[in-house]
Design a protein around this ligand. Sequence first.
Ligand SMILES: Nc1ncnc2c1ncn2[C@@H]1O[C@H](COP(=O)(O)OP(=O)(O)OP(=O)(O)O)[C@@H](O)[C@H]1O
Ligand SMILES: [Mn+2]
Length: 545
Amino acid sequence: MRWCTRGRVRTLCLGLACLSVLLHLLLVMLTLSVYQTPCEPHSQLPSETIRALADPNAAPRTDSHREAPSGLRQPRVSSMDVGGDHQVVAQTREESSALKQSGIVEPLGEMARARPVSSPQPLKPNLTKLEALFQHPLFKPPGPPLQEDDWLLLVKPKVKENELESPHWLSASEEGYDAVHLNNDIETYPPWLRFHLGITRWQLYDPNDPNLRQLEEQLTSHKIVSAVQKTGGTQLKLVMSFPNYGQSLFKPMKQDRDDETNYNLYYFSDFERHNAEIGAYHLDRILGFRRVPPAVGRLVDVITEIKDITTDRKLAKTFFNSPVGNTCFYGQCSYYCSTEHAVCGRPRALEASMATMLPDLSLAPRRSWRSPWRRSYSRSKRAQWETEKDYCDTVKKTPPYNQGTRLVDVIDMAILDFLMSNMDRHHYETFEKFGNITFLIHLDNGRAFGRFSKDEPSILAPLEQCCRVRRSTLMKLQLLALPQYRLSDVMRASLSQDPLTAVAPLLSEPHLVALDRRLARVLKVVGHCQEQYSNVIYNDIPDYP
Ligand SMILES: Nc1ncnc2c1ncn2[C@@H]1O[C@H](COP(=O)(O)OP(=O)(O)OP(=O)(O)O)[C@@H](O)[C@H]1O
Ligand SMILES: [Mn+2]
C-alpha cells in the first residue's frame, strides 16, 4: 500500500517536472517571439483593434488592405520635413528620455536603439494617429475607377521627336524663369504641372502621391520671381510665380493666433487669415474630401520677395516703413487696403499662406455656383433659407440639387465650414469639363478659424434642414470622434508638418478644442435627424461593409 502511494507520488512529481519544463519552453518561445516583433510605437493599437473600434462591421484585414501605398506606412523622408520628421525625431527622443526617467519604457528605448540606422524612427503618437487614419479603408480615393474623361487634363499621348525639339515645347527663359524642356516623361515635369495633371472628376489630388510633398516643398521654398496683386475679391492677395512657372495665391498674416474675430464684425468684412487657408487644406484632407487646393505657410521677405521684384506699380506705391522700422504695405482693394490696415514684416519677414493655383481658366474653365445657403450679405435683409420653412424641399427639387450627389456635396461643405466656423461660403466652384457629376472645389477659406469660443450653428443649416448626409462622411466623422483618431490630435499632427509651425503652431489649442466640440455637435445633429427620418444616410459606399 505504502509502495503503491510512493509510486503515485513519484509519477505525480515526474508529471509536475515535465509540466514545468514545458512551461519554461513555452516561456522561452514567447519571449523570443516578443523580441522578434518589430518595434511598434507603443501608442499604436493593433490596426484590427482600431478598425473594430471604429467600425464593428469592418471586414477582417486582407492582403489587399496591407497593400496600402508605402508613403502612408513609412515616415516621410522628404527634405520638406525639416519642420516635420526632424522635429518628430527630436520629440521622440525627448519623449523616450522622459519615459526612461520614469522607468517605464526602457525595453522600448533599447529596442529602438538596437535597430539599424536606416530603419524608420518611431513616429510621434499623433503622427501615428494621422497615418493610421489615412490607412483606414474609408480614405480610399472617392468615386468609381477612372476612365479617360475623368482626368481634367490629358497629356498628348505621344510627342514625335522633331516636335519635342520644336519651339512649341521650348520656352525661352525669361528673366528669373527656368527654360522649360518638356518631354514625354511626366516624372520630370515640375510639381505644379503634375498636380494639375492629377486632378480628376472626384478629387484635386491623391494624398499618397509623393508629388504632393514636392509641391508643398516648392511653395514654401522656391524662389519668388514675380508678385502681383490678384484682381477681384475684397482683400489684398498676391499671385506669386516661381522660376518653373508654378504660381501660388499669397495671403498675408492679418491676425495673431489667439485673437478672435470681433463679434460685431459682419462675416463679409472679417479679415482673411493666412492660417485659415492652411488649416482648411489640412482639415479637408483629414476629412478625406481633397477639395481644397494645397496651401502651405511661408515666411516671406517683404522687401526682396515682393517690393524689389513686383511689376505691379499700384502695389509698389503702398510700401512704407512703420515707426518701429518694420516694412509694411497695403495694396489696393475694397476692404482693409489702407495705412491703418497695412500688413507688416518683422522687420521684413511676414507670415503668409501660399495656395497652389488651379490650372488656368483658359485650359480648365470652372463654373462658379452660388450656394443655396449663402448668407444675405446685407445688413438688413435675411436670406431665404433663414426664413422659409421647408427651404430644403425647394432646393431638393431644383437642378442640380435634384439629382446625383450635389445636395450631399453641399452638406459636406457645410460640415467642413461648421467645423472651421467659416460663414463666408457664398460660392463654390466645379470644373466645367465634368458637368454636374463631379466634386465641389472649396476655394477661399480665408475667413475660417476666426473664432474658437463660440460655434455658429447656422452654418449647419443645410444638414439640419435637409437631414441628409453621405454615409462615407458620417463614418469618417465617427472615426474622428474616437480617441484613436481624435480630430484635434490629427489636425495638430497634420499642421505640425507645415514649415510655419517652426514659428508658432498654425492653430492655437482653443481652435483645436473647438474642432472636437463641433464634431460632436455634427454627430448630434445627424442623430436627431435619424430619430425623425429613415432616409438620412445617402449610401455612397454600397460596397463598404
Ligand atoms: N487656388 C486658386 N487657384 C486659382 N484661382 C483661385 C484660387 N483661389 C482663389 N482663386 C480665385 O481667385 C478669386 C479670388 O480669390 P478668393 O476666392 O480668395 O477671394 P474672393 O472670395 O473672390 O474675395 P473676398 O474673399 O475678398 O471677397 C476667386 O474668384 C477664385 O476663383
Ligand atoms: Mn470670399
